[in-house]
Design a protein around this ligand. Structure first.
Ligand SMILES: Nc1ncnc2c1ncn2[C@@H]1O[C@H](COP(=O)(O)OP(=O)(O)OP(=O)(O)O)[C@@H](O)[C@H]1O
Ligand SMILES: [Mg+2]
Length: 346
């Protein structure tokens, strides 16, 4: 069977096209295969504006690529209809950064749960449906009697996020894209929601794409990590390698900005990291060159390819040019699979 999701050389440009000064390259020549077997948790990390949400929206078919293609089971998302589209809508679920936009303000929150129950015939009677909704709400730490019957504006951002996690639980999809699912909740709820995601992965075999700017939680729950900088992969692979011994100067900078003792701190606390991403304006060299302490002449000329520095890590930096290059289309080949003895995917 073709892989669940495939990004093939996907770029997303917002604004008036490549030659318009106002354009933003949100994602550039991005390739990745995401499969459901084995079910892995992959963290996509990067600072604000690095293209994380754009990647999620492309995956959900909410944006169309400017270049390249996103495939679901080998079919182009942009032109997929009928049965395949229906299966896609079941298989891929999401939890958004600010889920308010997902809710229709005129419907009670129940609607978010009853709709998929009806659409995918998950219950035989109204009573069954009610029971199912109560179970999933309780699983994510919400009281059904205080949640059902309310309107979206009557709940907090964190509660709205949890209803979305409950919805994902209901459907038992093949992949959940969680875009900053804990950005609006306090520390204890964060642990609950991240625990829910891990449980979905381990118990139900659901793959998770965990999108965050928070390296600490990315490290906590993921098997593999992709570090995005300005819409390009800076470094990717086994989370242990990427986080503990980062090779890309950008990843190193991010690590240095996290006080070791305060794992909960986020990248944005560092003033260096907090500077907005500057527009690149037709720059053809390494995107990180202007900020890089190790910058060399080559870096200004050409984008670095991905180097396979170790079996389970790829890094887009010329400092690693003694390693073989990795075809960007095979990025997932560096991922570890914790379910096999040696950690290497089949
Ligand atoms: N609809 C849009 N129109 C124009 N520009 C956009 C649009 N959506 C995103 N962008 C731009 O694309 C870039 C990437 O945005 P994206 O939302 O993917 O970043 P992000 O990594 O999710 O950031 P954050 O951590 O703040 O959520 C940004 O420069 C953003 O301003
Ligand atoms: Mg975002």
């Amino acid at each position: 069977m073709p892989p669940l999701i495939e990004f093939r050389n996907v770029s997303k440009i917002f604004g008036g096209g490549l030659f318009d000064k106002q354009h933003t390259v949100a994602l550039e020549d991005f390739s990745l295969t995401i499969d459901d077997a084995p079910p892995l948790i992959t963290a996509i990390v990067g600072e604000s504006g690095s293209g994380k949400t754009t990647l999620a929206r492309l995956l959900l078919g909410l944006e169309t690529p400017s270049q390249g293609v996103v495939l679901y089971r080998g079919r182009d998302l942009a032109t997929m209809h009928g049965k395949a589209r229906r299966q896609f809508l079941h298989d891929i679920q999401f939890v958004f950064q600010d889920p308010y936009g997902v809710y229709n303000p005129f419907y009670k929150v129940d609607h978010v749960l009853t709709k998929p129950i009806e659409k995918f015939k998950l219950a035989n009677s109204r009573r069954d449906a009610r029971k199912l909704m109560e179970t999933v709400l309780e699983t994510v730490g919400l009281r059904p009697e205080e949640t059902l019957g309310r309107y979206p504006h009557e709940m907090s951002g964190g509660q709205r996020q949890r209803v979305m996690v409950a919805r994902a639980l209901l459907l038992k999809p093949r992949l959940i894209i969680a875009d900053e699912p804990v950005s609006m909740v306090d520390a204890s709820l964060r642990a609950t929601i991240l625990g829910n995601l891990q449980e979905l992965n381990e118990k139900f075999g659901i793959s998770i794409l965990y999108i965050t700017h928070d390296l600490a939680t990315g490290y906590q729950i993921s098997h593999n990590m992709i570090v995005l900088y300005h819409g390009s992969v800076a470094e990717a692979g086994d989370v242990e390698l990427v986080v503990k011994t980062p090779r890309h100067p950008y990843t190193q900078l991010l690590m240095d900005s996290i006080p070791q003792a305060v794992a909960e701190r986020t990248w944005h606390k560092s003033s260096e990291i907090n500077t907005p991403l500057a527009p690149l304006g037709g720059h053809s060299g390494c995107k990180f060159a202007a900020r890089c302490p190790h910058v060399m002449a080559t870096c200004q000329l050409r984008r670095p390819p991905l180097y396979l520095s170790e079996a389970h890590r790829a890094v887009a930096c010329y400092l690693n040019d003694d390693s073989p290059t990795l075809n960007a289309a095979h990025l997932d080949k560096v991922f570890i699979d914790p379910t096999t003895a040696n950690g290497a995917p089949e």
